[in-house]
Design a protein around this ligand. Structure first.
Ligand code: L34
Length: 285
């Protein structure tokens, strides 16, 4: 079997076109979504992702601003900035690009963002709401993955989904979303003794390890759907995922490439969340 490739770049483009319409209509009603991104320090990858976010926002008519702070910004100064943004009526969405310098607690920063403006969906309140199936901001990467599966009418219900990786921003929430869609979900991680034993049983395999070429054709079941969340920059400067794409695509039914896979979808979902923030989340009963 040769897999169909789910091109996240094209799908994200298509979704942005739809959002552009929506934003135009919102603006007619006097609602102009605004996203503020906070970038601390000068991690080149973060800088490039933030540029991508600004560009994508502009394309759909969402205004954005980037607050650039030096790497030696104190935690207190950053938290103060967030408080100011929380109170600023003109700011609908707040995103603090991760990772942060080591002297700043990421969790403290995340928990300082007003959950109603948390377009990353990282605040514990929003994670809790996701777990119980309430209306919320879904974390962008998991939301993008779900959208990729849905775009190809891939059945999730009743399928065995295996997630490799248990980070708070990708692994844990993507498993939760798949569970909400009635998949049977298994998590694997660095302490899983025999990865292949588990991955070879997956109908849907989500790989978020952060090392190139860990998953090969031998690790997957015939016809599996393989979602590669890894973004690894090789010494040559080339980007590559966690999956050996060329080998695995001969055995999978669907596969996502890197680049042009999950990354651009993450950004598209951020814009969805920003529009949602501007409209207002449904309050809890
Ligand atoms: N707060 N921090 C916060 N929110 C996020 O949602 C992120 N993430 C991750 C890192 N830190 C974050 C992103 O934005 C990863 N990430 C991200 C976003 C976009 C892309 C990759 C990662 C992306 O567009 N990737 C392109 C290639 C870009 C390039 O050439 O550098 C792709 O085609 O995969």
């Amino acid at each position: 079997m040769t897999a169909e490739i789910i091109n996240g770049k094209d799908l994200a483009q298509e979704i942005r076109m739809g959002m552009k319409e929506e934003v135009t209509q919102l603006k007619e009603r006097g609602i102009s979504p605004h996203l503020t991104v906070v970038l601390v320090g000068d991690n080149p990858a973060s800088r490039s992702y933030v540029k991508g976010k600004e560009k994508a926002a502009a394309e759909v008519g969402i205004s954005s601003s980037v607050i650039e702070l030096p790497a030696d910004t104190s935690e207190k100064a950053l938290l103060d900035r967030i408080h100011t943004l929380n109170e600023d009526e003109n700011v609908d969405g707040i995103l603090v690009q991760l990772p942060l310098p080591k002297h700043i607690s990421e969790q403290k920063v995340i928990e300082t963002i007003n959950p109603a403006k948390d377009v990353d969906g990282f605040h514990p309140v929003n994670i809790g709401r996701m777990m119980i199936g309430e209306d919320t901001f879904l974390p962008c990467t998991p939301y993008g993955i779900l959208t990729m599966l849905q775009s190809r009418d891939i059945t999730i219900e009743g399928k065995h989904a295996v997630v490799i990786g248990r980070s708070n921003i990708v692994g844990k929430p993507v498993g939760q979303l798949l569970l909400n869609e009635n998949a049977t979900v298994t998590y694997c991680h660095s302490r899983t003794p025999d990865l292949r034993e588990v991955t070879s049983k997956a109908d849907i395999l989500v790989v978020a390890i952060g090392k190139p070429n860990v998953i090969t054709a031998e690790d997957i079941k015939d016809g599996a759907v393989v979602i590669d969340v890894g973004i690894n920059r090789l010494e040559t400067g080339k980007l590559t995922g966690d999956v050996d794409f060329d080998g695995t695509k001969e055995k999978a039914s669907f596969i996502t490439p890197v680049p042009k896979g999950v990354g651009p979808m993450t950004i598209a979902m951020l814009l969805k969340n920003t529009i949602k923030a501007a409209r207002g989340l449904e309050p809890l009963e």
